[in-house]
Design a protein around this ligand. Structure first.
Ligand code: ZN
Length: 180
């Protein structure tokens, strides 16, 4: 007689590259990963488009390489980072919203760099205007990033398992409802 609980064989589930295993509000998966067909922004299941993204995980200890030199840290970053290719779904309205805020964030960072370059080129002319751009643009970028529906990131990596966080509540509710 076989008794099977939902927790019986997470290891075998994880062998399937598309599998998603919930760990509280986090998701455990392997590279490459694919999230279930459910909008990551609102939990909708109709008219979904696919988004491909690469998530990077860096062990926090890696930052100690800065003690050696900034160059060592940059090299360590490329040597020790772990990347997860992930594809997930978004409905049309959520795609629009995510694209809009994503573009605002990008433009803000460009403004920031331009502000710094202008500061170096023209010195203290238009000082107030320069400060508004240099201090304001990163704030706008952070705000725009926060306005996106989801901030997926890798919380932890234990070879070969990636633990993902940053899921929208509607998405979590929908999928957990399905799997239980
Ligand atoms: Zn949506």
């Amino acid at each position: 007689m076989e008794t099977k609980s939902v927790y019986a064989s997470p290891a075998s589930d994880l062998l399937n590259k598309n599998a998603v295993v919930w760990d509280g509000d986090f998701i455990k998966t392997q590279n490459p990963a694919r999230l279930p067909a459910c909008c990551i922004g609102c939990g909708a299941v109709d008219k979904l488009g696919q988004t491909e993204e690469k998530l990077t995980y860096l062990n926090p200890l890696t930052f100690f390489w800065i003690l050696l030199s900034p160059i060592a840290l940059i090299i360590a970053y490329f040597v020790f980072r772990k990347q997860l290719s992930i594809s997930y779904s978004r409905c049309a309205p959520c795609t629009k919203k995510a694209t809009l805020w994503g573009n605002i964030a990008k433009i803000s960072w460009v403004l920031f760099v331009v502000g710094i370059v202008v500061r170096i080129l023209i010195g203290k002319q238009f000082f107030m205007l320069q400060m508004i751009v240099i201090l304001g643009s990163p704030l706008l970028a952070l705000f725009a990033t926060a306005m996106k529906d989801t901030q997926l990131s890798v919380k932890d990596f234990r070879e070969p398992i990636f633990v993902l966080k940053g899921f929208n509540k509607a998405f979590v509710a929908k999928l957990k409802g399905q799997s239980r």
